[in-house]
Ligand binder design. Structure first.
Ligand code: FES
Length: 157
């Protein structure tokens, strides 16, 4: 089979263009791969434990009193909400709204609700469930264990 000069030039051009296109695809895909790796290293469910001395918080001396506490680098750098449901019974929720990720307000002890300032979602302070959208799901519950002997709440991220 014979190739003319113009046919060879065209073929050479197509091979080079294909190579460049392949490099472009790899370059475009690489940031996505890196992002995926970063997501898998999310602090969510990391197993890291933090102790909170509840004697430091006067808000937690009565039922449905609550405080927000930030643990830098954990819970996606959003505070957790520690809620006293009853004596010795605490609930820990993420303050990250499940709609678009805004930090929700402090709980309203009178109505036992938690509102989001961004688009008006309302959650129950009792269990973090959605009372009013657009939030699609409950605030994330974070595991915790209370020691009445020391008054320490251990939160597991
Ligand atoms: S981010 Fe909370 S309601 Fe939209």
């Amino acid at each position: 089979m014979e190739f003319s000069d113009s046919s060879l030039e065209r073929r050479s051009f197509l091979i080079q263009a294909g190579s460049l296109l392949g490099i472009g695809i790899v370059a475009a895909a690489a940031p996505g791969l890196i992002t995926s790796c970063q997501k898998s290293e999310s602090p969510v469910d990391s197993g890291i434990k933090k102790d909170v001395d509840l004697t430091q918080y006067s808000e937690l001396q009565s039922d449905f009193g609550a405080v927000k506490v930030l643990f830098p680098g954990l819970n996606e750098d959003k505070p957790v909400i520690i809620i006293r449901k009853s004596s010795g019974n605490f609930l820990v929720l993420s303050s990250k709204c499940t709609h678009l990720g805004c930090e929700v307000n402090d709980p309203d002890k009178a109505t036992k609700t938690i509102s989001c300032p961004c688009h008006g979602s309302i959650y129950s302070e009792v269990d973090g469930s959605v009372i009013k959208g657009p939030a699609p799901q409950s605030l994330r519950t974070i595991a915790s264990l209370y020691d009445s002997g020391t008054n320490i709440l251990t939160i597991t991220f």
